[in-house]
Design a protein around this ligand. Structure first.
Ligand SMILES: [Cu+2]
Length: 257
């Protein structure tokens, strides 16, 4: 009993295990921050749109914002496992649980979590907003995207139809997305956009490609046996090359009809 009272008289932050937890929190946070941001971006393709660059930045910011939480929980787990023994038949009284019994720490934790959540929501919305800005612009390409088991089809305003997507560089493209059978998800991997394709429904997403090349289109919603093979390509080309392709493709469709 006496030792209990003595313990509460000494400041909690001067306790050995609290100091150890604090040091470990910093070390684990820094490791998780560095490894987390490196790990994520290492496996991500080089961006082919501003949206993708923003998404990668967002992942890094979120990883750094979350790393102190991982650090604190990890440090507490390590310190508890290393320093707290088995009490046997004499468990410590509730008064010993300085952290659990402190309303101040509880309140602080609610405030910190709320701030972290708000930060994630606001920064996320700011980046999403960048996507939809293109929809409001006049100079846009509109493509109707139709998902089906297990291919994507693209219909252009001039009647051209293809399962290879062509886009001119530096011009916003709007996709009107739907599906003829089950739910799919239209994903241009290197451009950082992904949108559900629902039967009987049209969803929209926009992006401005900023790199010439051939990139991957995938389905990001498990949609049946050959879901993994539901892959098409997008060719990002110059405006002139795009216009020519569109004309040829429409003529080809016309000849076939
Ligand atoms: Cu699919």
């Amino acid at each position: 009993m006496m030792s209990n009272q003595l313990m509460h008289r000494s400041k909690w932050w001067s306790k050995k295990d609290v100091k150890l937890t604090a040091v470990l929190t910093v070390i684990i946070s820094v490791i998780v921050g560095f490894v987390g941001t490196w790990f994520h971006t290492y496996f991500m393709p080089a961006p082919a749109s501003e949206t993708m660059s923003e998404v990668i930045k967002l992942i890094q910011v979120f990883t750094w914002a979350a790393s102190p939480v991982v650090g604190l929980v990890g440090a507490m787990a390590v310190v508890t496992l290393l320093t707290k023994g088995h009490y046997g038949d004499n468990p410590p009284p509730d008064a010993d649980h300085a952290v659990r019994n402190s309303p101040r720490i509880g309140a602080l934790w609610i405030v910190v979590s709320s701030i972290l959540c708000l930060f994630a929501v606001i920064t996320g919305l700011v980046v999403l907003q960048e996507d939809s800005k293109a929809i409001l612009e006049d100079q846009t390409i509109e493509v109707n995207v139709t998902g089906q088991q297990w291919v994507w089809n693209f219909d252009y305003e001039n009647g051209a139809r293809s399962n290879v997507l062509y886009l001119p560089i530096d011009k916003p493209a709007i996709f009107n997305i739907t599906s003829v059978d089950v739910k799919h998800s239209f994903w241009i991997v290197q451009m950082g956009i992904k949108m559900d394709a629902n039967p009987g429904y049209t969803t929209q997403v926009a992006v401005t490609p900023n790199k010439i090349g051939i990139f991957d289109i995938r389905c990001a919603e498990l949609c049946g046996l050959l879901h993994a093979y539901m892959q098409n390509k997008v060719h990002v080309v110059s405006q002139g090359e795009y216009d020519q392709w569109l004309k040829d493709q429409a003529a080809f469709e016309g000849a076939g009809a």
